[in-house]
Design a binder for this molecule. Sequence first.
Ligand code: F3S
Length: 277
Amino acid sequence: MELILANPTGFCFGVTRAIKELENSLDTFGKVYSIGSPIHNPQEVKRLQDKGLVVVRSAEEIPHGSVVFVRAHGEMPEALKIVRQKALLIIDGTCPFVHNAQEKAKFLVDEGYHLFIVGDPEHPEVKAILGAVSNRGTVINDPGVINSYGSINRCGIISQTTQIKDLLGSVVSGLIPFCNEMRVYNTICKATLERQDAIRELASRVDGLIIIGGKNSANTSQLSKIADQQNIPRLWIEDSEELDPEWFSGKNTIGIAAGASTPDWLINKIKLILEHR
Ligand code: F3S
């Protein structure tokens, strides 16, 4: 069986940077708090918890005088306000591309545009962007609902950084008939676009695709959707125990791709197991 690794795949710039800062702070302070998972990969989070990371559900749970890590997806302003009052030190792991999306959202709202955020309304990054503009925006992940908005004078559009560009394109073209003026910032990050292009290219060369990444990871979910769009058999796993032997039947060439929050050690572990099948 031949294995081909997508290129690029795995950790992106923003996650590499966030994990490095988090590990440095764990080495220095021993215990560091994070509201929610610092990145969306349960295996990597477990590794960090073993080093002293404490994941809590809300800012209220953080004890006074602690060291707090702000995750790569950013944090809601209300939570940050509480953290600032309680923390001894805040390590900001927010990806610069997420900061950029927040800044573009603020600019559009300040300039009087009706802000549309193309993304998943439940994702922490989208919630943080919406929070940065005091909820003055509409989150959209289904162009089918556009008809219900009616006419809008000025439309400002940005995207969750990990979205598929086709969805951004569909929302933009769907809104055109309803907007007198439109301003669009493509805030999908380069790392996301490169990983999505890599999986499209790989799909044409293999009999099946294994996608490694957290089931809670937005960008891994998009890779999985792209594989389905290419009509290629795909197996989305978080770890090696999900490698279903039956899935490999009749497949000679297998592609491996991983989400932007999947660590190299996990990719290498699964690759090694597959090499010895
Ligand atoms: Fe940042 Fe893009 Fe990664 S927004 S965290 S570089 S997927």
